[in-house]
Design a binder for this molecule. Structure first.
Ligand code: PLP
Length: 401
């Protein structure tokens, strides 16, 4: 043993560099496209009104701070599974879902990865190329081997559907397949309903098991139902599947770390066994989860008035992002005489778009135009207001050509 001094420096988290550089930039025209959070039209953080109402109720009730059970708040687990699948879904009615509260999306994925590692040690998971950067950290740390399937086609700035299907087909039988339920990060590109059917066909045929990452339910389209349709399509086929959920984005509960892992099993008995294993894994990692965010979500999802208000705020947030996409596209089409097709900005969904800008183009955006984005070229449109669209369009046109 050489001592702790032998520990080297970990690689810097790329997003942190972007926000630090943005913070240090004194130019008043600067634009931050590296964000992972919602911003208002004034580009300020936003706490949902419905969250404030739920917290007020909680304060009035004077609830205690006792430990939660290992699986989390029972009422939360029920509400979150029902929100995801629909309360009348067969998987819920037949008690085939094992739901355990997780430490937001990341922690829920980490539990899923731990489950895969302990029960399918030789299995691998297929992930999209590209995907959210942290997926690889989560899988590596849990000791789950991964390989990539094609997803993004730089020529069309759209889905490489043929590539995706043939890579999933070419993998050995019985893999896990990580899928983004909606609003794919970083590309903003989702399969169509017809394409989801074909993806499900191939996964079923190959006896793969899907692991859905659902971070944007309601925040992509503005409808919690529409954004859950990919997951529900798989569940309706009677397939086994895993779904990690997060309330960071759709309720703006980033720092509360609230989410869940749901495992749809083939029988209630199997669901009970899986749940016992998830609890066993959670116990050793963090013992039991935090209560505050779980109570907020339970109050909102379980109360019809608050639920309708939440849906309204979801439509507002999703609507603002869509209107920025539209304005940006209009500015680009009006200003760019080269004939370049910028319509991907309105075709993509959720807060991210991926235009595949190369390093030189990103450098020019940053140095000349004070526009900051992550290294992979992901752009978060929450950092854009209507007022910034003209300027941003000029920056794109100048840097692109
Ligand atoms: N998965 C994806 C695709 C994400 O974009 C994010 C957040 O950016 C997460 C998971 C996890 O977020 P959190 O751990 O805050 O719920």
């Amino acid at each position: 043993v050489t001592g702790l001094d032998s520990i080297g420096m970990a690689p810097a988290e790329p997003n942190v560099e972007v926000s630090e550089a943005f913070g240090a930039d004194r130019n008043e025209m600067k634009v931050e496209l590296g964000l992972g959070a919602y911003r208002t039209e004034d580009l300020q953080p936003y706490v949902l009104n419905v969250v404030k109402k739920a917290e007020k109720l909680m304060l009035e009730r004077g609830e205690n701070k006792e430990y939660l059970p290992i699986e989390g708040l029972g009422a939360f687990n029920k509400a979150t599974a029902e929100l995801l699948f629909g309360a009348d879904n067969a998987v819920i009615q037949q008690q085939r879902v094992a739901t355990v509260q997780g430490i937001s999306g990341t922690g829920s994925l980490r539990l899923a990865a731990a489950l895969i590692h302990s029960h399918f040690p030789t299995s691998q998971i297929l992930i999209s190329s590209p995907t959210w950067g942290n997926h690889k950290n989560i899988l590596n740390d849990a000791g789950v081997a991964w390989s990539e399937y094609r997803y993004y086609d730089p020529l069309t700035v759209a889905l490489d559907f043929q590539g995706m299907i043939s890579d999933i087909k070419a993998a050995p039988e019985g893999c896990f397949v990580l899928l983004h339920g909606c609003a794919h990060n970083p590309t903003g590109i989702d399969p169509t309903p017809a394409q989801w059917q074909i993806i499900a066909d191939v996964i079923e045929e190959k006896k793969h098991i899907p692991l859905f990452d659902v971070v944007y339910q309601g925040y992509a389209s503005g409808s919690v139902e529409a954004d859950a349709s990919s997951v529900r399509l798989f569940a309706a086929r009677g397939m086994e599947l895993l779904v990690a959920q997060s309330y960071s984005k759709n309720m703006g509960l980033y720092a509360e770390r609230i989410g869940a892992i749901n495992v749809v099993c083939s029988s209630p008995d199997s669901a009970q066994r899986v749940k016992s294993q998830l609890k066993r894994l959670a116990r050793g990692m963090y013992s039991n989860p935090p209560v505050h965010g779980a109570r907020i979500v339970t109050n909102i999802v379980g109360n019809s008035d608050l639920f309708s208000e939440w849906e309204e705020e979801l439509r507002m947030m999703a609507g603002r992002i869509k209107s920025v996409r539209k304005k940006l596209y209009e500015c680009l089409s009006a200003k760019d005489k080269s004939g370049k097709d910028w319509s991907f900005f309105v075709k993509h969904i959720g807060m991210y778009s991926y235009a595949g800008l190369n390093e030189a183009q990103r450098e020019r955006m940053r140095k000349k135009w004070h526009v900051y984005m992550t290294k992979d070229g992901r752009m978060a449109l929450t950092g854009v207001s209507q007022a910034k669209c003209e300027y941003l369009a000029d920056a794109f046109i100048d840097s692109y050509h």
